[in-house]
Design a protein around this ligand. Structure first.
Ligand code: XIL
Length: 357
């Protein structure tokens, strides 16, 4: 276990979690350096955001300070946008894109096509109608924000081997209507609607050391190669990395996989980083240290790969983490509920300095 964090920003910022306790860094919590700036362009650091960033001024300020990239968390998904077949509500999505524009931070759209979280009305349609809605949704969304987005998660979480589909694909409304072909269809339609935005295939589980995760990794590599062979545009692979501390996770396995992706002409983004600390059986203080060390080891591992161009956490403050809402974590993110830096912040900062240009 590391016993202290040493930040190269001056003597007053010699901080120690275990040696000096939390008070040591609480004293200057407003003064800590901006995470994205510490990377000096080596990669972008960012976070997912939603209406809380717009409505809570302290939270909005945290994004503006630390992020060089934002991902829409919830309000640009198919379900919230299209509560019924004859109604589409872009109001929240528009506000998120405006927030990012006013802050001059590039924004990633998440996500166009996902076999989860879809409205009931879509599930009742025929395969031909579902195909129509894929084409229409991708064209409308990508077209509406064309020229304003950094990238789109075109397809989210295509694999779920436990569903038993050939190739390990996740079942759901899009897959059931079109088979695996829905993926290439979505990428092709998105490429037409915005010729310059980066198109990304986003997936979970890749850091797990389990037979199921192995199938997910194989499926992802196969799908990216197939898309490229078919002449489809795909610019990036997103690795979610909702980390679960323990033996089911392996940074070596993740590192090897990022290395394999490095042989393909795609960038790699870490897209949804957080730590499910709910399973840690230890005091809150010790859990914060364990989470911080995982953030440090993780970022050191992924930033060693030149193809990793972005690292995005899933929200920025514990207050708004989905893991906390769902009971899977207390301190999953770099900032606590009062927007003050957690120990994880300091580990990220230390590693970012080591990898900066
Ligand atoms: C989560 C959102 O953060 C929650 O607000 C929502 O209730 C459920 O989805 N993988 C993904 C994200 O790709 O879209 C999920 O986001 C988290 C897991």
């Amino acid at each position: 276990m590391k016993s202290f964090w040493l930040l190269p920003f001056g003597a007053t910022e010699l901080v120690g979690c275990r040696r000096f306790g939390r008070v040591a860094y609480r004293a200057y919590d407003q003064e800590v350096p901006a995470l994205n700036a510490l990377l000096r362009g080596r990669a972008l650091f960012g976070a997912s955001f939603d209406m809380e960033a717009v409505d809570d001024p302290a939270y909005g300020a945290l994004f503006r300070k630390h992020c060089g990239l934002l991902t829409t968390d919830f309000s640009m998904k198919f379900g919230p946008l299209r509560p019924s077949m004859d109604r589409v509500d872009f109001s929240k999505a528009d506000r998120l894109i405006d927030f990012a524009a006013e802050a001059a931070i590039p924004v990633r759209g998440h996500c166009l096509i996902w076999n989860e979280g879809n409205p009931e009305w879509l599930k009742r349609l025929s395969p031909a109608e579902v195909r129509y809605w894929l084409d229409r949704h991708v064209a409308e969304m990508v077209g509406r924000y064309a020229g304003r987005m950094h990238s789109w998660d075109v397809v989210n979480e295509p694999f779920w081997p436990d569903h038993g589909a050939e190739g390990g694909f996740r079942k759901g409304v899009w897959y059931d209507a079109m088979g695996p072909g829905y993926i290439q269809r979505a990428f092709s339609r998105a490429a037409i609607a915005d010729p310059t935005v980066k198109l990304c295939l986003n997936e979970a589980w890749v850091e797990r050391n389990t037979p199921m995760a192995q199938k997910v990794r194989q499926g992802l590599l196969r799908t990216v190669r197939n898309l490229l062979d078919a002449g489809a545009r795909i610019d990036a692979v997103g690795l979610q990395c909702h980390l679960e501390p323990g033996p089911s996770m392996s940074l070596n396995v993740l590192s090897d996989f990022i290395g394999e992706l490095g042989e393909l002409p795609v960038e790699v983004y870490i897209t949804e980083l957080d730590v499910r600390d709910g399973s840690l059986r230890m005091s809150r203080r010790d859990a914060e240290v364990a989470v911080a060390e995982l953030y440090g080891d993780f970022s050191n591992t992924v930033l060693a790969h030149a193809n990793v161009k972005a690292m995005i956490s899933w929200q920025l403050s514990d207050k708004y983490s989905w893991l906390r809402k769902e009971g899977f974590g207390q301190t999953p993110l770099p900032f606590d509920s009062n927007m003050r830096p957690n120990p994880a912040y300091f580990e990220l900062a230390r590693v970012f300095c080591e990898h900066s240009r």
